[in-house]
Design a protein around this ligand. Structure first.
Ligand SMILES: NC(=O)c1ccc[n+]([C@@H]2O[C@H](COP(=O)([O-])OP(=O)(O)OC[C@H]3O[C@@H](n4cnc5c(N)ncnc54)[C@H](O)[C@@H]3O)[C@@H](O)[C@H]2O)c1
Ligand SMILES: [Zn+2]
Length: 151
């Protein structure tokens, strides 16, 4: 029998991870290990079922949170931001996007967005995620950049 003990810290943040493939699942796993409340969102219902079996909260749609980490393929990021309209929380793009994309998306969706690119290697994703060799934050404003840096 496997007993999973998940510790939630007092200053825990509510985080949705949208697109839970390699990068998203690693992001979700790391934040959960650090004691945050994580919900996984994906268009692939089978993927959500797999993650639910691993004890993750899953949802087909993003709900109100402190942060939304967008980890989909780049082509889906615009659509995900459209779905985040009316949902509270700071969108953070973790997908690999071309320079200028975040600025363009902020204008298109009339919202603040930060950028926090992922550098994990597929073979050692969890170790890399827990011990990143660098953390890069692209901030829309100092307030949100500071919030993200604290997280
Ligand atoms: N794989 C890597 O080593 C790596 C490293 C750094 C950055 N990246 C970048 O991170 C991003 C994700 O890469 P990955 O390897 O995790 O991809 P992946 O294909 O493993 O996972 C993407 C997930 O997003 C889901 N998805 C697609 N469209 C969606 C939508 N509209 N709404 C919700 N979910 C949606 C898919 O169902 C899938 O589960 C890409 O931009 C990639 O370039 C990848
Ligand atoms: Zn901002």
């Amino acid at each position: 029998m496997i007993i999973a003990i998940l510790l939630v810290r007092e200053d825990s943040m509510k985080i949705t991870v949208i697109g839970v493939g390699l990068v998203g699942a690693t992001t979700a796993d790391c934040f959960r290990r650090f004691g945050h409340i994580v919900s996984c969102v994906d268009v692939d219902g089978e993927r959500l079922d797999e993650l639910a079996k691993e004890g993750f909260q899953v949802s087909p749609e993003p709900e109100n949170a402190d942060f939304h980490f967008v980890c989909t393929p780049a082509a889906s990021v615009d659509e995900v931001l459209a779905r985040l309209r009316g949902v509270t929380g700071l969108p953070v793009i973790r997908s690999t996007v071309t320079p200028g994309t975040t600025k363009h998306l902020m204008e298109a969706h009339g919202t603040h967005i930060c950028c926090n690119p992922e550098f994990v290697r597929a073979a050692t994703a969890l170790q890399d995620g827990l011990n990143p060799w660098r953390v890069v934050i692209g901030e829309c404003c100092p307030t949100h950049g500071k919030l993200l840096a604290e997280l």
